[in-house]
Design a protein. Sequence first.
Length: 87
Amino acid sequence: MATPQIDIYTKFACPFCVRAKRLLSEKGATFTEHDITMGGPGRDAMLARAPGAMTVPQIFIGEVHVGGSDDLAALERAGKLDALLAG
């Protein structure tokens, strides 16, 4: 089974974004970062995938909308992140 595409929507100088990217990197996960600091099409894409999302990061693993940094950390604490990253 192929590993799922991981997308993370971030903004410049966001400590929660840094924390989420660090956890993903520690897990050896490759992700695509979409910087939406200045808005634009990246922000529109994020809102299309997560209507009503007003904070960053917003993290998607495959088709699963994980949510933010705290949600990602909660998956790790629950022992569910590795399986999600494996697909």
